[in-house]
Write a protein that binds this ligand. Structure first.
Ligand code: FES
Length: 180
C-alpha cells in the first residue's frame, strides 16, 4: 500500500507494502512452533513404526520354527513297521520314503536309497533274480546294495536305521555314501 503525505513538491511516499506483505505471509504460513510440533509428531510416528518393525523381527527370530519336514515324509523319520513284519532275506519298497528296506539273513536291516549311483535313475527290486536293477544303463546291485554289474561306481547309499521298542525307523534325512 502507498500513502502520500505533505504538499505536491515535497510529497513523501510511504510504502506499506512490506508491512502488508509481512502480514500476508504471517496469515498464509503456519506459525513456526506448530510446524515444529508437526515435524515432531511425524518423527514420533516414524519412530514407533521402526520400533514395531524391530520388535516384529525379534519375535520372528526367537519364535520356534515349525519343522519343515513332517515325520513320515521323505527327509524325515519314517516308521517302517515292527521288526517281525519283515522276514529275513526280504526287500520291501517304501515309495514315500524313496528307499528299500532290506532285511538280511542274519536279521539285520539296511535302508537302501533307490537312486542308482551311476546317474541317479530309480532302481527296482527283482524278487526272482534277488537283485536291484537300474533301467537306464543296466547296473545291478545285490540285496546289500553292493554293485554286481557296472557302470554304477559304488554301492547304493544307506539311510540310518534304528529300532525302538521293536519298531523299525528309517531317518531319510541322514544318508551315508559308500566308497565302493
Ligand atoms: S543311471 Fe543307473 S546305470 Fe546309469
Amino acid at each position: 500500500m502507498v500513502q502520500r503525505t505533505g504538499d505536491g513538491a515535497g510529497m513523501a511516499v510511504e510504502d506499506w507494502s512490506d508491512g502488508v506483505m509481512e502480514q500476508d505471509k504471517a496469515k498464509t504460513s503456519p506459525p513456526e512452533p506448530s510446524r515444529r510440533s508437526f515435524l515432531k509428531k511425524v518423527w514420533m510416528v516414524l519412530g514407533f513404526v521402526a520400533l514395531a518393525e524391530f520388535i516384529g523381527l525379534v519375535v520372528a527370530f526367537l519364535k520356534p520354527r515349525k519343522p519343515r519336514i513332517k515325520e513320515g515324509d521323505f527327509g524325515g523319520i519314517i516308521t517302517a513297521g515292527a521288526v517281525d513284519d519283515f522276514a529275513p532275506n526280504s526287500v520291501t519298497a517304501f515309495r514315500q520314503g524313496k528307499f528299500y528296506l532290506s532285511r538280511l539273513e542274519d536279521g539285520g536291516f539296511l535302508a537302501l536309497s533307490r537312486k542308482c549311483t551311476h546317474l541317479g535313475c530309480t532302481v527296482t527290486w527283482d524278487s526272482e533274480k534277488k537283485r536291484f536293477e537300474c533301467p537306464c544303463h543296466a547296473s545291478a546291485f545285490d540285496n546289500k546294495g553292493n554293485v554286481i554289474n557296472p557302470p554304477a561306481p559304488r554301492a547304493l547309499d544307506l539311510y540310518a536305521v534304528s529300532i525302538e521298542n521293536g519298531i523299525v525307523k528309517v531317518d531319510t534325512g541322514r544318508k551315508a555314501q559308500r566308497k565302493s
